[in-house]
Ligand binder design. Structure first.
Ligand code: ADP
Length: 177
């Protein structure tokens, strides 16, 4: 019976993406308004494999996607080897960095570690299409947008859990077998 319901009511990207309604908001980086310590705090407080980069918290316009691993390594390296990089250094994912006031610390440019065209689907994309894209392109994650605003993320594991639920089985048992 439940399976039939699924066919009548197609599952969409918005039904599978995170965050869910009750979850805390998506953890994002902004392209030019965070400091090194802001980014380090985000890395320390979360365990996500990656972070979308947006123009600003208000706009939520997608700029790119950065893997946690690349972010961590770049900051560690910059702190160790690059002159003037301190906790209050501003982090830039933009192409150009505005001239810094003489008194402010050196900026940290991280555009080179960002994926400039992460895969995105709209919130109304049927999940069967999303699954197909994941399979064919071998994606690890995909971002979900609505009218150009970033809404959420779907990882490969989210899809596997979703498919397991559809098959009406214990999601964990499928994932780890
Ligand atoms: P996996 O799904 O393989 O465990 P992650 O650790 O990156 O990969 O994600 C864990 C969960 O958090 C997933 O359900 C995913 O949709 C969600 N998620 C991933 N990245 C973020 C993020 N930046 N902000 C909020 N939620 C995220």
């Amino acid at each position: 019976l439940e399976a039939k319901d699924e066919f009548r009511h197609k599952t969409l990207a918005m039904d599978v993406m995170r965050p869910r309604r009750s979850d805390p908001p998506l953890s994002v980086l902004t392209q030019d308004s965070m400091t090194v310590e802001d980014v380090e705090a985000l890395i320390a407080e979360t365990s996500y494999s990656g972070f979308p980069v947006v123009v600003s918290q208000e706009s939520q316009r997608l700029v790119g996607f950065v893997l946690r691993r690349d972010l961590t390594i770049s900051i560690e390296n910059a702190r160790r080897r690059q002159d003037g990089i301190v906790s209050t250094s501003r982090v830039f994912f933009t192409e150009y960095t505005p001239p810094q006031a003489p008194s402010s610390p050196a900026p940290l440019k991280l555009r080179s570690v960002m994926d400039l065209s992460p895969f995105t689907v709209t919130d109304h994309t049927p999940m069967e299409i999303v699954v197909d894209i994941f399979r064919k392109l071998g994606l690890r994650q995909c971002l979900v947008t609505h009218n150009g605003r970033l809404l959420g993320i779907i990882t490969k594991k989210d899809i596997l859990k979703h498919m397991a639920q559809m098959a009406n089985r214990d999601p964990d048992s499928i994932l780890f077998n």
